[in-house]
Design a binder for this molecule. Sequence first.
Ligand code: HEC
Ligand code: HEC
Length: 343
Amino acid sequence: MFKTILQFTLIFLIVSIVVAFNNADNRISKYTESQPNPYPKTVSEALIQFGEEKPNHHIEKIDADSARMGEEIVKYGSLLDGSNKRISKYFVCTDCHNVQMEISDPADDSPEAVLEYGMKNDVPYLPASTFYGMYNKEHWYNDDYAKKYGDLVKPTRDSLYNAIQLCATQCSQGRLMDHWEVRAVLHYYKSLELKISDLKFNDKDMETFTYLLSTNKKEAAKMLKGRYTQVNHAHFGTSEIPKVEGYKPNAEQGKYIFNKGCLHCHDKKKGITNFAMSDDKLSLNFLHRKKDKYNNLAVPHITRYGTYAMSGRKQYMPMYSFEKMSKTQLLDLLYYIETGGSN
Ligand code: HEC
Ligand code: HEC
């Protein structure tokens, strides 16, 4: 695996140099240090080099100070030196979004792949998409989010900038961010963009890709885009307990979802909700007894619908779309709630 990445990077470097020289009309002397990013390390840089249009959130070069400020806003809600107001009184971005990779192969972001990677790497199992690679997406608030937020999603479909603002005000029930704050978050996102080395290429792919690099950049770009997903899809479910013929629920997976998903917010120590739970029989039995109700205390209901912010009580629970928790995973969770928990 490491060897493959190394090989790939090497070939990419060589070809990039060749391409760079060729672009200079063979006048080698013209090639100087000032050539921007002759060796792309990131997916977005490579795509631009292949002639793709720059996205409207394009950042030429990360400003380390801005990225740090963006990270502080995302993780703590405001700058650590206290010089700006918190974005939201109720949440920080990382209550709902991870900032690390959630999958081993950026081309497969299925809930199964996320769960497998999450269990191995102890990653929270959250209802919103990770910020790792958010910079590389092309549309935001996709599919059923139009149902939840209506016309509000329109300006976000093609603009990461606007998507951040919608989330600051709606999802996190906070204030509009200042321009510099959004820019800082974008610089932080840029630091979390997909690297070429994150993508999975086997030897055969690499041969094809190397060939395309020198013959057909448009196809090379297409191939690169085939190695990661350009949007986070979202489809909403209903409160019914899923029926999946022949599926035997997995308690280990259910335990992971409960502990790294539900308790990410419902743990007493978090202080996000009034509804504290823990991984013990008392909490689990309570949930188990309510599972068939059509209300917020029934796990299938709350998981698929979440709750809504109300005046006076702005903390709400985001829903898990099918893309963030599959039907079989909900069955795993229900099974764990029925059978698991410490005394
Ligand atoms: C209470 C939960 C919650 C909080 C807090 C929150 N978000 Fe979100 N965010 C969501 C949900 C749910 C979505 C929609 C689905 C998704 O992420 O794929 C979303 C979507 C987004 C999107 C668009 C993702 C996409 O691919 O469509 C961006 C960008 C975003 N949030 C940024 C932020 C930022 C920046 C903050 C902090 C200032 C923040 N969010 C805080 C829940 C939250
Ligand atoms: C992003 C944070 C977050 C995650 C993750 C989360 N919840 Fe919630 N949940 C909330 C908030 C906030 C509320 C609203 C409670 C309040 O008003 O304090 C809530 C409400 C609830 C309620 C209803 C409580 C009531 O009194 O009406 C239940 C039950 C519940 N959650 C279960 C779950 C389960 C099961 C999971 C895992 C599948 C989960 N939650 C994941 C934040 C979260």
